[in-house]
Design a protein around this ligand. Structure first.
Ligand code: BJW
Ligand code: ZN
Length: 248
């Protein structure tokens, strides 16, 4: 199965001093958080996540989009980090120069023990005003998770609707995070890419930056991705099993 690949990935990790761990939605799949491209569940079956994660969707129907994100935030709050998140934290504990870069908007890396993940696509837990950008406080959580449409709160400063603090299609990534990610990928001596389809740009270019500058890239994903060709090793399996096996 993955025996020889796992051994080779283990050798690359053992030789690294400043790895980058680059993660996507598959990292949290075993915690029960749906991946982006599988996220049509329950009430939301009718909607394509790719169509909800846009500024135009929020402008057209703020309650639809806010309700979707609030439902997801509640789902994440109930989720717990999986053995893959803990393995990432273990790499960072062993090699303090490790940089974790995530596209995920959940907080499972932090709760799994990782320090200061670079967040390329924002967070479910940092809403802000859609007009003036003023940070908003999260609504109080009721006993029942919201399910369906929900009016967003009004900005405390200008009364415009509050929006999720995530990066939608067509929006620029946070400049400081993107710069930190490119810098880390440029100086790393191993890039471990975990649970991403590598279809969304510019995030998908981070592993390519490392590969171009000669760092080996190790990929953990049950299926192939556009990154396969640049990877020194492809570990075809779930993060919650592959990563603990790798750091053992
Ligand atoms: C497992 C597993 C297990 C399952 N273990 N693995 C170049 C080419 C073409 C298009 C573009 C381009 N550059 C830019 C674009 C446009 C666009 C884009 O990329 N489009 C493509 C889809 C074609 N990009 C943008 O619009 C970006 N902005 C931009 O370019 O701005 C330009 C600009 C500059 C200056 C001023 C103004 C503008 C922004 C992209 C933002 C993406 N946002 C989202 C939503 C975040 C909020 C939310 O969560 O709702 O981010 S989209 C969504 O995709 C989310 C994710 O972070 C992102 C990546 O998805 P990810 O993590 O890879 O998940 P999946 O579901 O795709 O894959 C899961 C993987 O896990 C699969 O491979 C599974 O096999 C695997 N898996 N179980 C391990 N147990
Ligand atoms: Zn405002």
């Amino acid at each position: 199965m993955t025996g020889p690949e796992l051994a080779e990935a283990g050798r690359l990790l053992a030789a690294a001093t400043r790895p980058v761990v680059f993660t996507g939605a598959g990292m949290s799949a075993e915690s029960g958080v749906p991946t982006f491209r599988d996220a049509r569940t329950g009430l939301w079956q009718r909607y394509d996540p790719r169509e909800l994660a846009t500024p135009a969707a929020f402008r057209a129907d703020p309650a639809l989009v806010w309700g979707w994100y609030e439902g997801r935030r509640h789902g994440v709050r109930r989720a717990v980090p999986n053995p893959g998140h803990r393995a990432v934290a273990a790499i960072q504990a062993r090699l303090p120069e490790t940089v974790v870069i995530t596209q995920n908007v959940d907080d499972l890396h932090e709760r799994g023990g990782a320090t200061a993940p670079v967040r390329l696509h924002g967070s479910l837990f940092a809403p802000r005003c859609s007009a003036c950008g003023h940070p908003a406080t999260l609504p109080d959580d009721g006993p029942e998770p919201p399910a369906g449409r929900l009016d967003p709160p009004a900005c405390a400063r200008c009364a415009a609707p509050v929006r999720p603090g995530v990066v939608w299609f067509g929006e620029a990534l946070p400049e400081a995070a993107l710069t930190a990610a490119v810098e880390a990928a440029s100086r790393c001596d191993l890039l471990l890419t975990v649970g991403t389809s590598a279809l969304v740009h510019p995030a998908a270019e981070i592993p390519l930056v490392a590969a171009r500058l000669g760092a080996p890239v190790v990929q953990v994903n049950p299926v192939g991705t556009p990154l396969d060709a640049v990877c020194a090793v492809n570990l075809r399996g779930p993060a919650g099993e592959m990563l603990p096996a790798l750091v053992r």
